[in-house]
Ligand binder design. Structure first.
Ligand SMILES: [Fe+2]
Ligand SMILES: [Fe+2]
Length: 271
């Protein structure tokens, strides 16, 4: 089984590229389930129902999130209507859930879980003890388990990889918007990457207009963080797993420019 995980979709440039790429990627790589982090999908911050539905329509099966999940207030209601949108499971008291059981194209059930780190981030419940409790609750319901660990510190993410090695199929990091090059299958059989990177404009500072950010760094004065536009790219990973064991057999990094997506689309159309 192959699971495509797409990193934080940022604003319209990210959405437009992802929406044109999901079906060609599914067909080219033989993908069975598509998961994407959508915390920045609406104007760079948050998610709305309209945008969530448009992402589902393009072939995204499950939407994960992170610290920006509540930036658009309607997300508080939307997440209760849409179980395929999840939020970090270690929020002590929030609408929605931190996990969902999805069905892959193979017919197998896949559990997708979302957690947030606490180093240089809001002090939510302990993600290490929370995930243990979540896995106990989900025992017997899915062999294939994917965890989106939304965190800032590389150390906390690597520690989570080791914490879950052999117990879940994959631990994929999100939030920094910068793709790490440390993807591997850990000795116990868990695929791991510190951060899959963002799917959005790369002519930017992690998705934000670079002039605005530079001015803020140079002057210390406040400025409105507008989403940048240039050089949109899709960043993500493809995790391969044996659905009988739930262990990973591979993890491959993806980094696609607009030209890469155009070439993929025409290759798929020709085949
Ligand atoms: Fe993000
Ligand atoms: Fe984030």
């Amino acid at each position: 089984m192959r699971i495509l995980f797409i990193g934080d979709i940022v604003g319209k440039p990210g959405r437009t590229l992802v929406q044109s790429a999901v079906r060609p990627l599914v067909s080219h790589y033989g993908i069975d389930l598509v998961v994407a982090n959508v915390e920045n999908a609406a104007g760079g911050n948050g998610i709305t129902r309209e945008i969530g539905e448009s992402l589902r329509d393009c072939g995204i099966d499950v939407m994960t999130s992170g610290n920006h999940i509540w930036d658009k207030r309607e997300a508080l209601d939307y997440i209760e209507l849409e179980p395929r949108l999840i939020r970090p499971g270690n929020y002590p008291d929030a609408p929605g859930l931190g996990h969902v059981l999805a069905q892959a194209a193979t017919g197998d059930t896949v559990a997708v879980l979302n957690l947030m780190g606490r180093v240089f981030m809001a002090p939510l419940d302990n993600p290490f003890t929370t995930i243990d409790a979540m896995l106990v609750k989900l025992a017997g319901q899915a062999r294939v388990i994917l965890v989106d660990f939304h965190a800032e510190a590389t150390s906390e993410k690597i520690a989570m990889g080791w914490h879950l090695d052999g117990r879940v199929t994959a631990v994929v990091g999100t939030h920094t918007h910068v793709q790490a090059a440390d993807e591997r299958v850990l000795p116990g059989g868990t695929a791991y990457i510190t951060d899959v990177g963002m799917s959005g404009p790369h002519d930017s500072v992690i998705g934000v207009d670079k002039q605005v950010v530079l001015k803020r760094f140079k002057t210390g004065l406040p400025g409105r963080f507008d989403t940048a536009r240039g050089d949109p790219r899709i960043h993500g990973v493809i995790v391969t797993t044996d659905p009988e064991t739930g262990l990973a057999t591979g993890i491959e990094r993806l980094s696609l420019t607009q030209a890469d997506v155009d070439a993929l689309r025409s290759a798929v159309a020709d085949s």
